[in-house]
Ligand binder design. Structure first.
Ligand code: NDP
Ligand code: MG
Length: 384
């Protein structure tokens, strides 16, 4: 069997580095064709020396000279800038593009990869939140598969294998509830950056960790699921499950529920996406019920976690509203990470941005670009 040639967009992040672990464990199955980073050029160089890709992209071009000097003598092509991501994903030799970069920046290279007919292993959920309709239509037009990496969506995808002829009644996304699940509104008001970054079950990049603390992450995932699996908003349910063992469930017309379970370890869904349709043997730690005698479930609290309410409302409104919400969230989370605003300011800024934005019911690509930029400007004006 030929090795699958993988391009990892965002190889220096949490998903990117874990994907490289998976590839390192399976040298007979996978080969790294492209690696990209935003600004962590030293780590990118180290990764390239180890995995010998055909090419790398450093998006922040201030670091181009450094990367070029280190990798050109090894015969590795070096490119810089955002546009380079759009071009590199079209490279003929790539079989699959893992979108492990964070935020709106994922949209453009994902669309270009789909247009080139590449299989996508999709970690970057913002792509589907911002422009799910356009992305799914592009995938269909160019016959390019999208395999989810997000653990909940991987769970649903796995539950749907073999169910092609059976319509889905509903899906149930599980949420850990994050570090503030049991905190009062008063305590959440005073939450510090360190408390918000301290996720109980998962170790992830800082943006998605804050999104998990506000429950925006689950809202983004509801929208991601709606597009990926072609559902109506009413078919997407959310349940808080603090142990993060059941990764999500699918309900069918006969009342059956199928779930996918496992320890919380992102290497599992990453490996499933890279290897699909084959399951690759792994020596990862096995789940045991006796280690988890209690699996608990509770309703999410939309009053203490207004970001989830906002996201579900935007999923209903559709059009450019999820795009506007995503942009405001990216700006607000960045401001919180830089300790410019409080934790609860995040949802206030998103809500104010949405109220002040105009609604477009059937946006095209250019509308998404403009909605994103306008929402970023507006959200920033509420901060500085
Ligand atoms: P990280 O912040 O850890 O990594 C992000 C990666 O993207 C880094 O390689 C970073 O480069 C690069 N990057 C950042 N900004 C840009 C930009 N503007 N243009 C190009 N590249 C950029 O994120 P995660 O790995 O945690 O998350 C990646 C995506 O996967 C997110 O969409 C997240 O929601 C999703 N996801 C993550 C999970 C996790 O467990 N981490 C679980 C499920 C989904 P540099 O290092 O140079 O800054
Ligand atoms: Mg998830």
């Amino acid at each position: 069997m030929n090795k699958k040639k993988i391009a990892i967009l965002g190889s220096t992040g949490s998903i990117g580095t874990q994907a490289l672990d998976v590839i390192e464990q399976n040298p007979d199955l996978f080969e790294v064709e492209v690696l990209t980073a935003n600004s962590q050029f030293e780590l990118l160089i180290q990764q390239a020396i180890k995995f010998k890709p055909n090419a790398v992209v450093i998006v922040n071009d201030d670091h181009y000279d450094h990367v070029y000097e280190a990798l050109d003598p090894l015969g590795i092509k070096v490119y810089a800038g955002r546009k380079a991501l759009d071009q590199i994903v079209q490279m003929g030799s790539i079989d699959m593009v893992l979108t492990a970069l964070v935020g709106f920046a994922g949209l453009s290279p994902t669309l270009e990869a789909l247009k080139a007919g590449k299989a996508i292993a999709l970690a970057n959920k913002e792509t589907l939140v911002v422009a799910g309709e356009l992305v799914m239509a592009t995938a269909k037009k160019y016959n390019a598969p999208i395999i989810p990496v997000d653990s909940e969506h991987s769970a649903i995808f796995q539950c749907l294998v073999g169910e092609e002829h059976n319509p889905v009644e509903k899906i149930i996304l599980t949420a850990s509830g994050g570090p503030f699940r049991t905190k009062s509104l008063e305590e959440i008001e005073k939450a510090s950056l360190n408390e918000a970054l301290n996720h109980p079950n998962w170790s992830m990049g800082s943006k998605v960790t804050i999104d998990s603390a506000t429950l925006m992450n689950k809202g983004l995932e509801a929208i991601e699921a709606k597009w990926l699996f072609g559902l109506k908003p009413e078919q997407v349910e959310i349940i808080v499950h603090p142990q993060s063992i059941i990764h999500s469930l699918v309900g069918f017309a006969d009342g059956s529920l199928k779930a996918q379970l496992g320890l919380p370890d992102m290497r599992l869904p990453i490996q499933y996406a890279l290897g699909f349709p084959y399951r690759i043997p792994s020596n990862s730690k096995r789940f045991s019920f006796t280690d988890f005698p209690n699996l608990n479930f509770e309703q999410p609290d939309l009053d203490r976690f207004p970001n989830l309410r906002i996201a579900l409302e935007c999923m209903q409104k559709a059009g450019n509203m999820p795009c506007v919400m995503n942009a405001a969230n990216e700006v607000a989370v960045d401001a919180f990470l830089n300790e410019k605003i409080s934790f609860t300011d995040i949802s206030r800024i998103i809500e104010k941005t949405i109220v002040n934005s105009s609604f477009l019911s059937t946006p095209d690509y250019q509308d998404y670009i403009e909605s994103d930029q306008e929402a970023r400007n507006r959200a920033s004006s509420f901060i500085y």
